[in-house]
Write a protein that binds this ligand. Structure first.
Ligand code: F6R
Length: 250
């Protein structure tokens, strides 16, 4: 038996999406009251499309599932098409019959981000913890919006986005100057408490971050490297993302 993190390399992005949606579907079959941690961004879009496809013919029951998202931009309300609230409804929630009251994201418009962060942590505890957290990775190795330099003990909080993240995410906005510069994000400690973590990465632009996460030192320079200390974490990547450390993957 290989040790966590388990490393799986598949040919293409669509294979990563199918594999990952199978894992999530299995989780829901095992426990229809599952608490899923979810991510936004380009990478999970195809996974969500696959989940919606699997939901349609079998009417997989999502009515008892609860979801917790990684993060939300500061200053964007939930009706803003660039907000992560909007993204999640657009790509997943609206298509699988997930009751609105079962879905949770940080409130990026909160006037009191400290209380918002504490309440979010408490919410996760009240839900009984996260059964499976699907996460992505930034080109600089961030997980959620825990940018390089973030502490292993970090919890849900207000953060400044790094220049690299602002540049990377400007593709979702009209121009770079309209990208929010802050977010409310769960912390590394919050993610590490999930029972199971699936990190997905696709494309060559993620290859350096995947290399640093798996082969570099474990520490705040590459926040994703902390996942090597999690007992049940799987990296699922495509060949392009694995290119710098292909031998580490099955
Ligand atoms: C998204 C999130 C981020 C993204 C990461 C990769 O909720 O927390 O960490 O997972 O920035 O984004 P994409 O998939 O757009 O490359």
């Amino acid at each position: 038996m290989r040790r966590s993190p388990y490393k799986i390399c598949l040919k293409k992005q669509i294979d990563v999406a199918k594999f990952t949606s199978d894992i999530i579907t299995q989780q829901l079959s095992k426990n229809k009251n599952s608490v899923l941690g979810l991510a936004t961004g380009s990478t999970p879009e195809q996974t969500y499309r696959e989940l919606v496809k699997r939901h349609l013919p079998h009417q997989k029951d999502w009515s008892h599932v609860r979801t917790i998202n990684l993060d939300e931009y500061v200053g964007l309300d939930k009706n803003n098409p660039q907000s992560y609230h909007y993204y999640m409804h657009f790509h997943l929630f609206n298509h699988v019959g997930l009751p609105e009251c079962n879905t949770f994201l940080p409130d990026g418009t909160s006037s009191d981000p400290i209380s918002e962060g504490q309440a979010y942590e408490q919410r996760i505890i009240d839900l009984g913890g996260i059964d499976l957290w699907l996460i992505g990775i930034g080109s600089n190795g961030h997980i959620a919006f825990n940018e390089p330099g973030s502490s292993r003990d970090s919890r849900t909080r207000l953060v400044n986005l790094s220049d690299q993240t602002i540049i990377d995410n400007s593709r979702f906005f009209e121009k770079k100057t309209t990208v929010p510069t802050q977010a409310i994000t769960v912390g590394i400690a919050t993610i590490m408490e999930a029972k199971r973590i699936i990190l997905i990465a696709t494309g060559k632009k993620k290859s350096k971050a995947i290399y640093a996460a798996l082969k570099g030192p474990v520490g705040p320079d590459c926040p994703a490297s902390f996942l090597r200390e999690h007992p049940n974490c799987t990296f699922v990547v495509d060949e392009a993302a694995a290119i710098l450390c292909r031998n580490n993957f099955v």
